[in-house]
Write a protein that binds this ligand. Structure first.
Ligand SMILES: *Cc1c(COP(=O)(O)O)cnc(C)c1O
Length: 453
């Protein structure tokens, strides 16, 4: 007799009707779908009882563990009080308190908060607000954006327009805006003997040349501060952000900092921009904002931007962008509680120790014959697998070597979900040093398997 396990039954029902993100569904003829029953701190527990350490914070959202009791309690209480209310003409304590707290913890000058539902929506808001600011100032000729090569800002059409990851972009290119691409300050692309700050300076020179030609038609430069995450966890020196701030001022274009992935402590500071002591004109936040509990995003901007929209109704200058769930009380309440954890606990200091441990454990991989680079910024670390170490020639993409590491991880109780052949670590902040050992050990044995033959 052939009885289906509960796990198999759930997978069968899933495949009967669902269509998953970032997935060629045909892959599931061979790649297992993992049914999860519950979360337990940094771990996920399968329907079959198997446990998986969440080494990628469930797509970089989770900060303080799955089913975190403090966040869960705040959510339950809010759900019994006010679940949602239209946010045009109405307001509520969680939205107001969260805005006050975001203004307090973000770099100086970011005094205005506009809410949206997810990262891509925040990017849409920032792009539209920047364009509309210039329009309200009488500069309707500014219609373009400068983005970095290798950037990723989301997958709605506007956000995808300013993204440069071919895998996601090239199919839809006929539908998209055409950004001006500036070369990324990515330190992996250094010339022989060139340091990361030197790469930053060289790339700033190239950005200056682009601004000299295009500033008159450019609304903003948009970047992922310090780490280009989806583009392969490529990292760069904070000097680039400091130089970018100066160039944006000089050429009268906005600086949009997309901290959707790197915000809330991932890079070692609460926000990556702090490491260059800069305030962008727009800062986009999401992912960790609710500790990984609910979709919510925020765009912070300064008073000068706000005031360019503030006029008599008849002037037609208002920013009319809206989402049904703008300022959702449940999400705002959990976000506020997430910031409460940062206030009450020495999160960043604890992370420094965890990051040092991760760094020590990864260091030996530098000598691996198929590892071209081991890099780390705070709680984000990445290992670049290549076919040939000396020339840094990558493996053919069709080999899907990273996928072998993923499958190996699942067999050994770890969620490692490489970006191509870049194996990375972005764990929740509640991991223990032993958890980190488990992640690194699993990655090391997975890499051995992935590069053989
Ligand atoms: C994930 C991500 C986004 C998009 O956020 P979604 O919530 O997935 O739409 C935008 N920018 C960066 C840097 C991201 O990592």
């Amino acid at each position: 007799m052939n009885t289906l396990t509960a796990a198999d039954a759930l997978v069968r029902r899933d495949l009967g009707h669902l269509w998953h993100p970032c997935t060629q569904m045909h892959d599931h003829e061979t790649i297992p779908m993992v049914p999860i029953a519950r979360g337990d701190g940094a771990w996920l527990v399968g329907v079959d009882g198997r446990r998986y350490l969440d080494g990628i914070s469930s797509w970089w959202t989770n900060l303080f563990g799955h089913a975190n009791p403090r966040l869960a309690a705040s959510l339950a209480e809010q759900a019994r009080t006010l679940e949602h209310v239209i946010f045009a003409g109405f307001t509520h304590e969680p939205a107001v308190a969260l805005a006050e707290e975001l203004v307090r913890v973000t770099p100086p000058g970011l005094d205005r908060v506009f809410y949206a539902d997810n990262g891509s929506a925040a990017i849409e808001v920032a792009l539209k607000m920047s364009f509309h600011y210039w329009l309200n100032q009488g500069h309707g000729e500014k219609t373009r954006f400068i983005a970095l090569t290798g950037s990723y800002h989301g997958e709605t059409l506007g956000a995808l327009s300013v993204s440069d990851v071919a895998l996601y972009r090239k199919t839809y290119a006929p539908l998209l805006l055409t950004p001006i691409l500036a070369p990324s300050p990515d330190a992996y692309e250094a010339e022989p003997g060139e340091s990361a700050p030197q790469v930053a300076q060289r790339r700033l020179g190239e950005l200056r040349a682009l601004l000299e030609r295009h500033a008159h038609e450019v609304c903003a430069v948009i970047v992922e501060p310090l780490v280009q995450c989806a583009g392969g966890m490529r990292m760069y020196h904070p000097d680039y952000l400091a130089g970018l701030r100066r160039l944006c001022d000089e050429f009268q274009v906005h600086f949009i900092a997309d901290e959707i992935a790197v915000g809330f402590g991932r890079t070692g500071t609460l926000f990556a921009c702090e490491q260059a002591q800069v305030s962008p004109d727009f800062m986009c936040l999401s992912k960790g904002l609710t500790g990984g509990f609910l979709p919510l995003s925020a765009v912070l901007t300064n008073t000068a931007v706000y005031e360019a929209f503030y006029a008599e109704y008849s002037a037609g200058k208002a920013f009319l962008h809206s989402h049904s769930y703008t300022g959702n009380p449940l999400a705002c309440r959990v976000a506020l509680e997430t910031l409460g954890i940062f206030r009450d606990e020495p999160v960043l200091a604890r992370n420094r120790q965890l990051a040092e441990h991760l760094s020590r454990r990864l260091a030996p991989l530098r000598d691996h014959p198929h590892v071209a680079d081991v890099r780390q910024t705070g709680m984000i670390a990445a290992v670049e697998l290549v076919a040939d170490k000396a020339s840094r020639r990558p493996f053919p993409a069709a080999d899907r070597r990273g996928l072998r590491v993923y499958l190996h991880g699942l067999r050994h109780g770890a969620v490692l979900r490489p970006l191509g052949d870049v194996i990375y670590f972005m764990p929740p902040y509640v991991v223990t040093p032993q958890d980190i050992d488990h992640l690194v050990d699993t990655a090391v044995s997975g890499i051995a398997l992935a590069v053989s033959d």
